[in-house]
Design a protein around this ligand. Structure first.
Ligand code: NAD
Ligand code: DAU
Length: 345
């Protein structure tokens, strides 16, 4: 039995689906904020190996109760405010969930007497800051230099996790991963946003000159890496996870448009005609790149998908799952987009 937080979000739901399919039992704690959707877990309805609990990770009494009741062998912590743009509009919630929420979990985990218990904190490469074109990729030894309220809150959480291992001996693990893409990602992040807008004939918004570089990893590969860290990682260690697949945003846009041209041609034009350069994100990090040689060497993990194969699967998934997209882009999500992005669409 493992306790997962944020298992109704993008990576969390992919992880929970894979874990249950592999025979694991999961208690899934998620507050079902704008990014959490039970629709993503529909395949687990009625499955006794998945217990869903709607609640906040900041609710320490609830976390304590779940640990006592289910006696999990591990806690895998995904729950977070995860979108950089939202952290610029409203950083408060990021500090609350990402810092105070992680602190709450650590405190309860410290008091939990579970045998051989492990606490895996799912973090990001953004804590390392921004690289120039010629800098070497981030390693586990790269100093933290977060630039957005999102990455600063994730960095703060990582520091707390590290301190709880060092000071209290809590068996913690930290993973720092690059940009994920794949099924079940809310279309506020670049790749699903491009697919969603293109199919709706809307502008494809590219921030600034579009030459910012990200390293892209297919979400199922990330989930496999997390399992490797959880089962075989050494307590107190951190592991960088990446796809070895650096792309400029313009390259990503071009790849998505080409796939859509092939799989669902646009009546009356090419998808790339929809590309629109818009005002840059404030403090926009120029480049991220991950050196994942440690996890490859020590835990034997490497990505199975290339960017081309993962992106094709992703576009095909979105074409086949229009109902899911419709559900998750309605309600509070739609209201926020209307209010904050009105100028660009
Ligand atoms: P997401 O925004 O899709 O999902 C976050 C989930 O956490 C949602 O289901 C939400 O309801 C839940 N949640 C938020 N606040 C909560 C709270 N206070 N209590 C309980 N549940 C809460 O995020 P994601 O993209 O799946 O990212 C998951 C984790 O992985 C995050 O910690 C993120 O920092 C990290 N990460 C993401 C990426 C990426 O590319 N998406 C890359 C590296 C690391
Ligand atoms: O690197 C890991 C991080 O990747 C995770 O920790 C974050 O949770 C996740 O959101 C992601 O952060 P990014 O800011 O890199 O992802 P996003 O999809 O928002 O943006 C990717 C790039 O695309 C970035 O350079 C900004 C640009 N962009 C994004 C959007 C939403 C655009 O040009 N236009 C857009 O509309």
């Amino acid at each position: 039995m493992i306790l997962v937080t944020g298992g109704a979000g993008f990576i969390g739901s992919n992880f929970v689906l894979a874990a249950v399919a592999a025979g694991e039992s999961v208690v899934n704690l998620d507050k079902l904020g704008y990014a959490g959707h039970l629709e993503s877990l529909a395949a687990l309805e009625g499955n006794p190996r998945h217990v869903f609990v709607k609640g906040d990770i900041c609710d320490r009494a609830l976390v304590r109760k779940l640990l006592a009741q289910h006696q999990p062998r591990a806690l895998v912590h995904f729950a977070a405010e995860s979108h950089v743009d939202r952290s610029i509009h409203g950083p408060g919630e990021f500090v609350q969930t990402n810092v105070v929420g992680t602190f709450s979990l650590l405190e309860e985990a410290r008091a939990y007497p579970g045998k051989n218990f492990r606490f895996l904190n799912v973090s990001t490469d953004e804590v390392f800051g921004s690289l120039t074109e010629t800098d070497p990729a981030f390693t586990e030894k790269t100093p933290y230099a977060p630039n957005s309220p999102y990455s600063a809150s994730k960095a703060a959480a990582d520091h707390l996790v590290r301190a709880y291992h060092h000071t209290y001996g809590l068996p913690t693990l930290i993973s720092n991963c690059s940009n994920n893409y794949g099924p079940l990602q809310l279309p506020e992040k670049l790749i699903p946003l491009l697919i969603h807008n293109a199919l709706a004939g809307k502008a494809l918004p590219v921030y600034g000159d579009g030459k910012n570089v990200r390293d892209w990893l297919y979400v199922e590969d990330h989930c496999k890496a997390l399992s490797a860290v959880l089962e075989r990682g050494a307590p107190g260690e951190t592991y960088n996870i990446g796809g070895n697949s650096e792309k400029t945003n313009l390259e990503v846009v071009e790849a998505v448009c080409s796939l859509l041209d092939e799989l669902k041609p646009r009546a009356g034009g090419r998808y790339r005609d929809l590309v629109t350069h818009v005002k840059d994100r404030p403090g926009h990090d120029r480049r991220y790149a991950i050196d994942s040689s440690k996890i490859q060497r020590e835990l034997g993990w490497k990505p199975a998908e290339s960017f081309a194969s993962g992106l094709k699967k992703t576009v095909q998934w979105y074409l086949a799952n229009a109902d899911w997209v419709k559900k998750v882009t309605s309600g509070t999500y739609a209201d926020w987009v209307k209010k904050n992005y009105a100028a660009r669409s």
